[in-house]
Write a protein that binds this ligand. Structure first.
Ligand code: AHM
Ligand code: MG
Length: 337
């Protein structure tokens, strides 16, 4: 039987053999993985743990917080604040940044997360997940840390990933050397490498979009979906299938596993907002994972990873997945400009 490779061993080997993960980053990723294990436990208990339902509060974006949103946020902060590897954290569930308290040593990394993505699926027992992104404090930023230090484009990420809580709990990670997947072995209590060098096929017959928003879309997105729906007899000359889980982690996980294209575009419901999803802790980490697996990620107008954020909770239009499809939709935007 082949030897099992744990996440710890994978990270140690990345550090030792390839030398591109400093020990502090390795520690950080191990701690994030440990926090994800705790969140996975809480998610699994569901109603038995009294963790379902709303918490009676709203986050900075005016969304109702679920109990598990808050629990997951706290688990990630408590796990990460004392290790000495971080300067500060930012989360979908917190208005401002969380600076590591003075009683702990300060590190040089910045951690951003969506503690529990796909919140609307929590109470209905459908896959949800934690998304994370790691940046380094900019050179010459001086002592202390501010929100400004976080405002770096996605191509500056040093690690990114997500943990999906579904039929299996799987941690998906990139440190800039391809994408690896680790499945949680509950008996062993550790994440075990189950897939390396994940690749997204460049072509697909599967798209993911919330079709109920169709009447609000812009012309390029409408054109793309209309052409997919036209099937074999349309301009694409093939039939397409559609999937929409309404958990970005689940939709992206499917795309990393068998290809596809995911769109959450700008729409007319909120004309002043560039999109629904958040750039820094949703689009950037997912965009980098997808690129590392040979796919592409754009806003329709620009590569996601090249967008300079103006604020922590910035939103963005997202098109990601199989490269030829993403390039096609992006091309339709260029044609419409
Ligand atoms: P959340 O972070 O508040 O859970 O919202 C993000 C989620 C994504 O996971 C998913 O792709 C999208 O919202 C679904 O939105 P909709 O319900 O509009 O289809
Ligand atoms: Mg989210």
């Amino acid at each position: 039987m082949p030897q099992k490779i744990s996440l710890t061993r994978y990270l140690v080997e990345q550090q030792r053999v390839d030398g591109h993960i400093p020990s502090q980053l390795r520690l950080l990723l191990e701690v994030v993985a440990r926090a994800c294990k705790s969140i996975s436990q809480a998610v699994n208990k569901g109603a038995l743990g009294g963790v379902l339902g709303t918490a009676g509060s709203e986050n900075v974006q005016g969304e109702v917080q679920k109990k598990l949103d808050i629990i997951a946020n706290e688990v990630l902060i408590e796990a990460n604040e004392w290790g000495g590897h971080l300067a500060a954290m930012a989360s979908e569930e917190m208005d401002g940044i969380y600076v590591v308290p003075n009683r702990y040593p300060q590190g040089e990394y910045l951690l951003l997360f969506d503690p529990l993505d796909g919140s609307s699926n929590i109470d209905v027992n459908v896959s949800i997940g934690t998304i994370f992104s790691v940046l380094k404090k900019p050179e010459g930023a001086g002592a202390g840390v501010s929100e400004q230090d976080f405002l770096q484009p996605g191509h500056r990420q040093v690690a990114a990933g997500y943990c999906i809580y579904g039929p299996q709990t799987t941690l998906v990670l990139t440190v800039g050397d391809g994408v690896a997947m680790f499945t949680l072995d509950r008996e062993m209590g550790s994440f075990v490498l189950t897939q390396e060098n994940v690749q997204i096929p460049p072509d697909t017959k599967e798209f993911a979009i919330n079709m109920s928003n169709m009447r609000h879309w812009d012309a390029p997105v409408r054109r793309y979906i209309d052409e997919c729906l036209a099937g074999k007899d349309g301009p694409r000359g093939k039939d397409f299938n559609m999937r929409w889980v309404a958990s970005m982690v689940a939709d992206v996980h499917r795309i990393l596993s068998r290809g596809g294209v995911f769109l959450y575009p700008w729409d007319k419901r909120e004309p002043d907002k560039p999109g629904k999803l958040r750039l820094m802790y949703e689009a950037n980490p997912m965009g980098w994972l997808v690129e590392q697996a040979g796919g592409a990620a754009t806003s329709g107008r620009q590569r996601i990873l090249d967008i300079q954020p103006g604020k922590l909770h910035e939103r963005v239009s997202v098109i990601l997945g199989s490269k030829n499809e993403v390039e096609r939709v992006t091309g339709y935007h260029a044609g419409a400009a």
